[in-house]
Design a protein around this ligand. Structure first.
Ligand SMILES: [Zn+2]
Length: 270
């Protein structure tokens, strides 16, 4: 395969590479010192003199579908639960076409800002949107970005004392069956993986302890990662104390199999 020399960048985050880098088969094959040059047979040259070379950024938490509701007036300046309650009814009408548009916008924004690997936490599955993760994977493959997409989930709705409306949650069996299907169909192992699947029960106020346990067991059996929201706001802390009788952090600490495989978001984005 042809190599590409990114020649003489304006700046580069690597020692002794003022002359740039040679990329071959998707990997950095050589660092070129200032004033140096590689063996130029079969090497294409890209003039990087107006560019800065940095490693691709990695985004560890996102909700692609929310790109469509960033400017919803009813949700503006609300605390977490008020914000969610304003937007759940809108998200309940999410269609496959709308999710494809949202994922395309989100992934394009990420690529344009230097991100080459991203995750997404998609947990809204209204009727008609059962293939949400398949839609996101198709968008990622179309744009060429590397992804770890989580099969998110909610199974504790208002009728069971949870926060989300009944229309956007699924039962535990449906969630686990679809998680299993997605892992078998799409999950790639190894350093060159372009698409990976992880499991992401949404939060203590929207999933049951049983779903947390079964998601952790499935992740352990199939070798995929786990992700969730935890202790995001005082709303959630109050909910856990009043409904579960203990703080949200203990909800997770009691499930050590979950912790062993998880990464979680910090206070970067909802
Ligand atoms: Zn989030």
């Amino acid at each position: 395969m042809t190599s590409v020399w990114l020649r003489n960048p304006l700046g580069i985050l690597a020692d002794n590479a003022g002359g740039g880098v040679v990329v071959r088969d998707g990997r950095v094959a050589a660092l070129i010192p200032a004033g140096g040059s590689p063996d130029l047979r079969d090497v294409q040259v890209f003039d990087a003199s107006n560019h800065v070379i940095i490693p691709g950024l990695i985004n560890t938490h996102h909700h692609f579908y929310q790109t469509l509701t960033r400017a919803n007036a009813a949700a503006m300046n609300q605390p977490l639960f008020g914000w969610l309650n304003a937007l759940y009814p809108v998200w309940a009408r999410l269609t496959p076409e709308a999710l494809d548009a949202a994922a395309t916008v989100a992934l394009s924004e990420l690529l344009l800002s230097g991100c080459t690997t991203t995750t997404d936490h998609h947990y809204v599955f209204p009727s008609g949107l059962e293939d949400a993760i398949d839609i996101e994977i198709a968008a990622a493959q179309r744009l060429g970005i590397r992804v770890t997409l989580t099969r998110g989930s909610m199974n504790r709705s208002q009728k069971d004392g949870g926060l989300p409306p009944d229309s956007i949650v699924q039962d535990e069996d449906t969630i686990l069956a679809d998680s299993d299907r997605l892992i078998a169909r799409y999950h790639e192992a190894g350093a060159d993986a372009k698409v990976q699947i992880a499991l992401a029960p949404c939060s203590p106020f929207s999933v049951t302890a049983s779903l947390m346990r079964s998601s952790a067991a499935l992740a352990e059996r199939t070798g995929v990662g786990l992700h969730t929201h935890l202790a995001e706001t005082e709303d959630e802390n109050r909910f856990c104390q009043e409904t579960l009788g203990y703080p949200g952090r203990r909800f997770i600490r009691r499930r050590r199999r979950f912790i062993a495989r998880w990464w979680r978001r910090r206070r970067l984005a909802r």
